[in-house]
Each structure stands twice: as C-alpha cells, then as structure tokens.
Design a protein around this ligand. Structure first.
Ligand code: ASP
Length: 340
C-alpha cells in the first residue's frame, strides 16, 4: 500500500525526507518529558532544514546534508558535537553519503577536527575520485576544501566524558547511552544516537547519509558500519536510499544497506519487508538496530528491532512528523502503514 498523496507538479517527484537519530532501548520511564521534548525539537528542526532544501528545488544530497548538519550540531546525538569518546579520550567521527542517481559516494572515518563530518564525506564524493578517507589525511583534505576545522575540544561534552569514565571503570565498550543508567543496563537496555537521513528530491533522485561517533571506549581505530558504503549507507535510484543505525559489526557483516537495496532491486521485495529481512539477518548473528528506507516514488519505511528509534519524516505538505517509540503517533508516521 502506498500512502503517498502529494504530487508536487506534473513531471515532478513527490519530495520526501526521512531521518533517524539512533535506535535502541528507549523507555518512556527513563526519558524525562523535558528530554523527550528536546529530542523531538531537534529532530523537527532537522526535518525542516532538509525540507527547505527540497522545497526550494535543491537536490536530495543537499537535503541529506542540511538535515544531518542539524543533528551533528546538537549535543543530544552521537554525531558531531555530542559524539561519544574513544578509549583515548578523543571523539573519533565517521560519516558517509551516497547519491542514488550516479552511485557516487564519499566517506570519512576516525576524524577528530572536522566540525561536520557529513560535509567532509560530501567533499570526498564531489571533489575527489576517491570514496573513503580516514584520520589526519581526511582532515587535511577537508581543510583544503575549505570546510570548518575545529579544535578537538569542540566535541567535548561533560555527559559523554562521564560516560567514558564509567565505561573505562567497567572495562566495557559501549554503544551510545549504554552507560547512562545506574544500575548498569542489560545488553538490551540501551539506546544509540547515530544519525542518518534519506531524501527524494523533485527530480526523482535519492540520496542517503549517516554520521556517528561510534562506540564509547572504542579502541584500536575501531570503525563501525556508518561510514561504510553498503553497510551503514546506500542509495540507488533503481531501488532505495538506506541509512542504518545499530550494532555496527553485524551491520557490516550483513551488508545491511546494500542488502536491503538489493532485495528491492533484484527480488522486488516491498521495502518494509526488505528492511525487516535485513534486520532479521542481523538479529540472527546477534545484532540489532534500525533502518530508514525510501524509494524513488516516495514510499518509505522506518523499521527497527529495538524498543525505539528516534525518527521522523516530512513530505510535500511540510508537516514534520517525529516518533520515538514503536506505537503509532499519527497515521502517516506509522511505520507499517507508510510503505509500499
Ligand atoms: N552503527 C554505529 C556504529 O557501530 C553505532 C550506532 O548506530 O549507534 O558505529
């Protein structure tokens, strides 16, 4: 079933933007009304920023960047400012972006001085013949491209620093917010704040992007799925745009984003079913998380096998719909009703 009802104009695709701010165990009892409101507000700002680009005739790639920059700049999410700390006490950031029309892609990994890693991923995609740069080389490239470079301390937040101290004390490597709670949460009692966006512009082109700080207390240059094309991010106009969040190692092993797109393109699997199949494969190898998926007709799905996922969508009508918990909050934000 398709619930797409808004067609902007003849020959114009319906515009659509979907975002996520991480999936995990997000329980109402632990999310204070003030904090929930703060998350909702930033998610809405992100949707509005991306929508403004699409509405003005901008590209899906630019809409994805606009939406993700808002989330990177917010200390609430595990991306950009607010990213978690590595064992070495650094914020090591990963991001990727992909354009569905051309299959062009760009990514950066383990960068510590680029204010908006998603912009650096975009620069790699558009200003080089390469796909992925890491560490100081990526930072030098970003500086050459005129991107904003900040002192590593820009990314420091007290909340994340305390998380690292707890993780070190317990000798644990933690997904985002894993150490928020006292007593310590169980494996399933966690939430994550990686961010991502998928967009469809009026020209019918898809794009996807993802940005993260990875895991608290990560060591040895650990990099997860978020900057890996085909794992955390994928976009192909012939099928779908996908951004993932979850247990990165399993998302890499399941080639999560490409896996989902391939099912749609080759097997013609409905998009929500494709996402669920991928999440089931991930669950079978011990992982969990969520996927946002959007096709070139504007059909979309926001699927997760955790207790909640920060997420939202906005279409041609410009009404931002934000959800956190699984329950239906408005008819058109119902994940199970908003797919083909
Ligand atoms: N997938 C991210 C990683 O493994 C973490 C997350 O989604 O929160 O780095």
């Amino acid at each position: 079933m398709t619930i797409q009802t808004h067609i902007t104009a003849a020959n114009h695709s319906p515009i659509r933007l979907i975002i996520h701010g991480g999936a995990g165990t997000i329980s109402r009892s632990r999310l204070t009304p003030e904090r929930e409101q703060a998350y909702r507000q930033v998610l809405e700002q992100s949707l509005i920023a991306g929508h403004a680009v699409l509405k003005a005739g901008g590209s899906s790639v630019d809409a994805v960047i606009a939406a993700i920059v808002v989330l990177e700049d917010s200390p609430l999410f595990n991306a950009g400012k607010g990213a978690v700390f590595s064992h070495a006490g650094r914020n090591e950031l990963d991001a990727s972006i992909m354009e569905g029309a051309t299959l062009m892609a760009g990514a950066v990994a383990a960068v510590t001085t680029i204010r908006n890693p998603i912009r650096a991923a975009h620069a790699v995609m558009t200003k080089s013949a390469l796909v992925m740069l890491m560490g100081s080389g990526a930072e030098a490239f970003a500086a050459e491209q005129g991107l904003e470079i900040v002192a590593p301390s820009y990314f420091h937040t007290e909340f994340r620093w305390n998380q690292l101290q707890k993780a070190i004390a317990k000798n644990r490597v933690l997904l985002d917010h894993d150490s928020d709670y006292d007593p310590p949460p169980s494996r399933n009692d966690e939430k994550r704040g990686t961010v991502g966006a998928v967009a469809l512009d009026r020209y019918g082109n898809l794009a996807a992007g993802t940005s993260t700080g990875g895991l608290t207390n990560k060591r040895y240059g650990r990099v997860g799925d978020s900057p890996i094309i085909g794992a955390g991010t994928y976009a192909d106009n012939r099928s779908v745009a996908v951004s993932a969040t979850g247990t990165g190692e399993m998302f890499i092993r399941a080639a999560a984003a490409f896996n989902t797109a391939a099912q749609v393109r080759l097997l013609h699997t409905p998009i929500a079913e494709a996402a669920d199949n991928t999440l089931a494969e991930i669950a079978a190898i011990g992982g969990d998380g969520g996927l946002i998926v959007l096709d070139a007709k504007g059909n979309y799905a926001m699927r997760f096998n955790t207790k909640g996922m920060y997420r939202g969508t906005i279409g041609s009508d410009g009404i931002a719909q934000v959800s956190i918990f699984p329950e239906v909050e408005t008819p058109s934000s119902d994940p199970s009703a908003s797919m083909s």
